[in-house]
Write a protein that binds this ligand. Sequence first.
Ligand code: NAD
Length: 503
Amino acid sequence: MSSPQAAAASAPDLPLKRMLIGGAWRPALSGQTIVVENPGRREPIGEVPRGDAADVDLAVDAAAAAFQAWSRVAARDRGRLLLAIGEALEARQEELARLIASETGNALRTQARGEARMVADAFRYFGGLAGELKGVTIPLGEGQLSYSRREPIGVVGAIVPWNAPAQLAALKIAPAVCAGNTIVLKAAEDAPLAVLMIAGICQDHLPPGVVNVVTGYGKECGEPLAAHPLVRKVSFTGSTAVGKSIMRAAAERVAPVSLELGGKSPSIVYPDADEDWVLDGIVASMRFTRQSQSCTAGSRLFLHADIFDSFLDRLVARVSALKIGDPLDEATDIGSVINERQFTKICGYVSEGLSRAESRLVTGGMPPQEGPLTRGYFAVPTIFADTSNAWRLAREEIFGPVLVAIPWTDEEEAIRMANDSHYGLAAYIWSRDIGRALRAAHAVEAGWVQVNQGGGQALGQSYGGIKESGIGREMSLEGMLDSFTETKSVNVNLALPPPPGAR
Ligand code: NAD
């Protein structure tokens, strides 16, 4: 299965069994650890502390202690430090990419290298924006100076999932710290190693306590972080169910939250888009080369009835050409699913699809029972054709490579089906007729719509969901200002009467 280039990623320089608190690498106070596995090989590759509430207390205290001094560093000086972190990350990009591939199972060539590039880029992007943390003046009259300041909020508690762990961590650390906050970030238990490597590089450039990274399980480590009284802002990326519990915890102390949650994003293909580049776009938007473990996966494919069968036939040829294999193998397009729990969950959905009389298996199905792919958690890209938008596979976020294709004939019906979801994260519209594509883009209920392309998010563009896909926007200047600063208004009376005794 693996080629000679597919050497296992080691974790050089990694302070294993340690997390970063107050500038020091510490084990969990309990001494307990979590073993991290390469899910493509089912081999242990590292061990991290199993942090709990006591460790979270230490980390939040360290972040709170560092806040005063950090928030007073001039914004562009903070930015310069972020730019230096970006340079250092770029120099170690390949090492970071191999670590990401090893712990997530995401293919090195198609996924992990791009993620590592984005990590360095995020620090550069936000570092360059530091001078834009500015307020406004309001013309209230000659006797008044009224202005606003964008002030840091305080200690940010951030929690990230495993599917793009390094990128998501960078997209929280960089804007939070740029805006003058300090941060305690909890890495995902399945993929904490790349995040710890990023933390180490941050630590080489920042004062102790500005960036702290804790590792542990959601209940034991994430929950106390979200509920901590000194955490003044919670930025969470993960499932909708956990996002709701984070929001409840933050509500107790009226702390603001940003929630980037799940999705079940629609792709609407018009009959004039029956072309090869659209097939490529559907493969990309479904994130098949990330095992579709993406919140923005276009997992509901609304295909016009006139092109339904022929389009699907050609899509199958595209999908079947993708090579599934060891994440570190240069030849691999599709790596492995993150862990046994997700693998079993995906198999459950596939099995349900196979047993449903109304649906037709177009390609894929259950994972192989023998051969090299049984070594790891390898799911097979699977497409079901069905006429119903109401069945479980068309409604629930599977977070695996299972695409449901549904025919339509009337545009209004297609948009109604696309919007018939409690999610509203991303959407994809495919048509050469830009007028109608934009009509659909405006009618579809999603935080992010792409027309005639299916790539990933871009820095600089505010990103986030509506409905149960989340609250708030990140990834942009506006996202940094809205999510990581408070606006303070100051009014100054310029029309004081002369002091007593003055002429
Ligand atoms: P998850 O919600 O189970 O876990 C995410 C993180 O939250 C992990 O670090 C976990 O340890 C922690 N956590 C779990 N329970 C917690 C609790 N009770 N309190 C505090 N923290 C807790 O999600 P996952 O399975 O790791 O990731 C997949 C989900 O993330 C999918 O739903 C996906 O759509 C979503 N996601 C969304 C975006 C986005 O930008 N909208 C991006 C990536 C992933």
